[in-house]
Design a protein around this ligand. Structure first.
Ligand code: CU
Length: 247
């Protein structure tokens, strides 16, 4: 950074006005921001094709606190009126050469209303994942990679978050609560900030991707994984329509 900054000052010194504006931009955005503002983008939508399963109401009567929560439905498959599929992770899975480091701010999984919120979270490898308990009841955070337990921690109401990180890119970590068997959550581990999780509208929008050729992956907890090769170019947005088939 010092070397670049010195060069900037040398070039700018010939034009005092330019010096002020360039330095102003650097101060406003940070040097990294100023250098990395370019890149391409991938936007699109994910739909479920075929008959979506009917929502299953959750029975939370086994815990007096949970029983008082608003009636919720199982969120394994959340589909809009015309198939918009929620909770799909869309990410650049392969081809990122120099990803920015994992953010210092944690990814957050909250236990609230006796469900995981959000249900699907993406973390960069090494990024802290803060697991909160906002409920006035005890949960336990039982995580699995495949069928193997990673950790299993009691989470008493009013106690601080558990702080964990996951080192292995590509891992799909399942969260279960042994107290409340209806609770399911997911953390996917990736190697870059180039990802989104679809909301209720099924849409995603990933920006500032350095130009290059990549494997884009879309993952859904029930419908699995699909991949697509894409070539990203500066200033040429890619728009994708992805579909999963109901089963
Ligand atoms: Cu629980």
């Amino acid at each position: 950074m010092n070397r670049s900054f010195t060069g900037l000052k040398t070039r700018a010194s010939a034009k005092p006005l330019a010096k002020i504006s360039v330095l102003g931009a650097v101060l406003a955005t940070g040097w990294a921001g100023a250098a990395m503002a370019a890149g391409g983008s991938v936007t699109g939508s994910v739909k479920l094709v075929g008959k979506a399963p009917a929502p299953t109401p959750l029975n939370m009567k086994s815990d007096p606190f949970c029983a008082k929560q608003p009636q919720a439905s199982d969120e394994e498959v959340v589909v809009g009126k015309t198939g918009e599929l929620k909770n799909v992770v869309v990410r650049i899975a392969k081809g990122v050469k120099a990803a920015p480091p994992a953010p210092k701010t944690p990814a957050v999984v909250d236990q609230v209303g006796c469900t995981y919120n959000p249900r699907v979270v993406v973390a960069q490898a090494g990024q802290q994942v803060e697991i909160r308990n906002s409920d006035q009841t005890m949960h336990n955070v039982h995580t699995y990679k495949g069928t193997a337990t990673l950790f299993n921690l009691a989470h008493i109401q009013g106690t601080p978050p558990h702080k964990k990180s996951f080192p292995t890119v590509g891992d799909v970590i399942k969260f279960k609560c042994d107290v409340h068997p209806w609770m399911t959550g997911w953390v996917l581990v990736t190697d870059s900030p180039y990802f989104k999780v679809t909301g209720a509208d099924g849409k995603f929008d990933i920006s500032e991707i350095p130009a290059g050729t990549y494997t884009l992956e879309a993952w859904h907890e029930k419908y699995g994984t699909q991949t697509k090769e894409i070539t990203v170019a500066d200033g040429k947005p890619i728009d994708l329509k992805l579909e999963f088939k109901a089963k």
